[in-house]
Design a binder for this molecule. Structure first.
Ligand code: IVH
Length: 779
């Protein structure tokens, strides 16, 4: 075999296989652009070596074979295809050929989009839709009448009065982009396979053997030619025939036009090209047809295509390339996103090298492996997407993507919550990717409330390296802020300072330094909120502060303790636990404490804790399978303490009075060493916590129990909230107005009528100093 002969043979075999997958199985193996390329290569070989042209070459026929299951229909007028043109020169040559053959100075053309759907022929008799068929191989197609009846914009009966006795209309069935997206969302929700693109979705829908399935798929039909018409006068031009079709009730695109000469064609190509991304449906080119039907007849056909028409293609929206690697990226909020690294490929008008894969499940669902050949799609301005692997090209050495367990940016551990699609880095406070967002959150009004330090300056502090970790805020100096501001202004093109502006800047920096120092002692709830722990807002912060009292107890709490607190569910408990065990976060907290940050309202753990963390509740919150609340009580009655449970011998364990399945599950759980360690640690923590908490009946022993306070004026260091928290923590109450029942009025600067009233009623008035003494020594 000669080289060309060998290649032609290979190409034929390959094209046949692709065509079968595409037309018969509705499961294309390669993008159209690849098919077209191979097809073009074969055509070229056959042109140069006519002796190689075989009757069974794919270039000698129009499509694939009809699928079993549908009745075959013979097209009275064959459904041919169009020659493709890709360059301006191709179009100039097309126009020249038409002019020369017709022997005219210029030619008028009807122009239309080339719909990217599937060709359909509709047959009408006496105004009624009687049969519809797919194109099949161009001569014989499949009868899909029942399915086509479900397509909303196909007229079942023609409109108007002067109707043809016989009408054969050709056009394209397609799915609008928005309908396609909605369909895929439904498929996803139902766990069904996703469609690769609108055309495949349309093809799959139209070839359903059950028309009720088709009816659920939103298809559209656009008419683009009149194949046969009897009983009414034949129009003189293609554009008139489309207008006539519109009056009978067919959808005909508004994008059509009538132009003259190659310039007219190229102008149309550009205009539609610019609007391509915004069109409601996919197009893969435009089609030019000689407008006068008499001229069309004169030009006639070559083997598989008319000489009077041509398709002018746009750059492909789908291409093949190699998936070089899958890496992960960390977003500002810690979301870990797998990203495809691609061998650069030109698709949809741009070179694509990366594409987001969204999340781990998406990679699995698409069955993408590193090293695969993949189909990349970029339709219009849409972000490029890796659609699917080309399975037939998969080699044996492809690798499966494994989600890393550690953040590629900061090394903190990666957590994926149950039921969540997205995995996250747990090192929000240290992670370079999240640092800015974390510090902006930390400094926010409802968190540490560092007044005046806006987003722009926080970002600049990080960008210029003045702040790397949250605690660095507390060692910022005046000069640092001024220098940062100067560099940020310079970078953003803000004009150099005048002397006056210099003074303003210094004042600004002083204010920030003051604000940072004033922010050091927020209530514990807000300090916890400021840390940016997932699912932990101010109210969870308050629960933690109320019950556990101090940052230290919160930091050290085991998961089970979080879980027994009111309003803290499993997900939140897990998130808290994951946060505090991450060593990077531990370091940040230590740094903050060293920088002098502390909560203003720390107090002993709640006296009511003893009930919450009773043995049955703790046992139930360990997550042991089958150990329900009732069973946990039953178990608690027999083991007395967590440590006792951990220390049970297998024989003692077997002797416990529990239903068999609970025993088995408990034994299994206890057989893991880390679980034993976990309950021992839990026991130790609870003992320390309870020892620190006042016992419940000694509640009366709190220094300010039953004492009522009224606050008025501005205290030198404590805010209203902080003073209230301190009083409440000591058992006292804070009220808004002074009465005979008020025990103390705490007055600061600019105290008003409340102070007067207190003096009238002879109530003890305290300053901040006096309040602090009272708090430590009792009333
Ligand atoms: S005219 C004899 N007009 O392109 C020529 N075809 O490669 C008949 N197509 O199978 C085709 N939009 O599915 C024509 N405005 C348009 C078209 C169009 C899409 C498709 C059609 C046909 C293929 C030809």
């Amino acid at each position: 075999m000669t080289r060309p002969e060998q290649r032609a043979f290979e190409l034929r075999e390959q094209l046949e296989r692709y065509a079968y997958a595409y037309y018969v199985l509705d499961a294309p193996e390669v993008p159209d652009a690849e098919y077209d390329r191979l097809f073009g290569e074969l055509e070229a070989i056959e042109r140069e070596h006519p002796e190689l042209l075989a009757p069974d070459s794919p270039t000698q026929r129009v499509g694939g074979a009809p699928r079993e299951g549908f009745v075959q229909v013979t097209h009275k007028v064959p459904m041919l295809s169009l020659g493709n043109a890709f360059t301006d020169e191709d179009i100039v040559a097309f126009d020249r050929r038409c002019r020369e053959t017709l022997d005219v100075a210029s030619v008028e053309y009807a122009t239309e989009p080339k719909f990217d759907g599937l060709a359909i022929s509709l047959h009408y008799e006496n105004g009624y839709f009687v049969q519809g068929a797919t194109r099949g191989d161009g001569f014989t197609g499949e009868d899909v009448t029942a399915n086509l009846r479900t397509v909303g914009n196909i007229p079942l009966r023609l409109r108007g009065k002067d109707l043809p006795s016989v009408l054969e209309v050709r056009g394209e069935v397609l799915m609008l982009r928005r309908d396609f997206n909605a369909l895929n969302e439904r498929q996803l929700a139902a766990g069904e396979k996703l469609f690769v693109n609108p055309r495949n979705a349309a093809a799959g829908s139209l070839r359903q053997l059950d028309p009720r399935m088709t009816a659920k798929r939103p298809l559209r039909f656009f008419a683009y030619s009149l194949a046969q018409v009897d009983g009414v006068p034949m129009p003189a031009t293609h554009s008139e025939s489309l207008a006539m079709l519109a009056t009978w009730g067919f959808s005909v695109t508004d994008l059509r036009a009538v132009v003259r000469g190659a310039d007219g064609l190229l102008g149309y190509y550009r205009e539609v090209g610019e609007r391509r991304a915004l069109l409601p449906f996919d197009i893969d080119g435009v089609v030019y047809k000689v407008n006068a039907l008499a001229q069309q007849a004169e030009l006639g056909f070559v083997s598989r295509a008319p000489r009077f028409a041509v398709a002018h293609k746009y750059p492909a929206q789908e291409e093949m390339t190699e998936l070089l690697d899958i890496e992960v990226q960390v977003g500002r909020t810690g979301a870990i996103t797998p990203v495809a690294r691609l061998k650069p490929v030109f698709v949809g008008g741009v070179t694509v090298t990366n594409a987001t894969l969204h999340n781990e499940d998406e990679v699995r669902r698409k069955d993408l492996r590193i090293g695969d050949t993949v189909i990349v799609r970029r339709a219009g301005d849409v972000i490029p997407e890796v659609v699917a692997p080309v399975l037939e090209r998969r080699s044996a050495d492809v690798r499966t993507f494994v989600m890393p367990t550690q953040c590629p940016v900061c090394g903190s551990h990666i957590v994926r919550e149950e039921g969540e699609a997205v995995a996250r880095c747990s090192g929000g406070l240290v992670c370079g990717a999240q640092r800015k967002a974390a510090i902006i959150h930390f400094a926010g009004r409802r968190m540490m409330d560092i007044d005046g330090l806006g987003e722009r300056y926080i970002e600049s502090l990080v960008d210029f390296g003045y702040v790397n970790r949250i605690a660095d805020l507390y060692s910022l100096k005046l000069e640092d802020l001024l220098e940062m501001k100067r560099r940020a202004d310079e970078r953003d093109g803000i004009t150099p300072e005048t002397v006056q502006q210099g003074k303003i800047a210094t004042k600004w920096a002083e204010n920030i330094i003051d604000a940072i120092s004033a922010s050091k002692h927020p209530p514990l709830a807000r300090l916890l909120f400021a840390l940016g722990i997932r699912h932990v807002g101010e109210s969870t912060g308050k629960t933690l502060a109320d019950w556990l009292g101090s940052l230290e107890f919160v930091r050290r709490a085991p998961r089970a303790v979080f879980a027994v607190l009111p309003d803290i569910g499993g997900v939140v408990a897990e998130s808290l636990y994951e946060f505090f065990i991450e060593p990077n976060n531990e370091r940040v907290l230590d740094e903050l404490v060293r920088a002098g940050v502390s909560a203003s309202d720390e107090h002993a753990p709640s006296a009511k804790l003893a009930q919450r963390i009773a043995l049955p509740e703790l046992l139930a919150s360990l997550g042991i399978a089958k150990l329900t609340a009732t069973r946990a009580q039953q178990l608690a009655a027999q083991v007395k303490s967590l440590t006792a449970l951990a220390d049970l011998t297998p024989i003692e364990r077997a002797a416990l009075d529990l239903p068999a399945e609970v025993s088995t599950s408990l034994a299994e759980w206890l057989s893991h060493e880390q679980n034993i360690a976990q309950i021992k640690a839990l026991d130790r923590y609870c003992a320390t916590l309870l020892a620190a908490a006042p016992s419940q009946d000694s509640d009366a022993a709190l220094p300010l129990t039953d004492k009522t306070f009224v606050l008025t004026g501005t205290l030198p260091t404590l805010s209203r909230d902080e003073a209230t928290a301190l009083i409440e923590a000591a058992g006292g109450k804070v009220s808004g107005s002074v009465s005979k029942k008020t025990h103390y009025v705490v007055a600061g600067a600019e105290a008003g009528s409340k102070l007067e009233k207190a003096q009238q009623l002879g109530i003890t008035v305290l300053d901040e100093e006096g309040l602090r003494t009272l708090l430590t020594q009792g009333g």
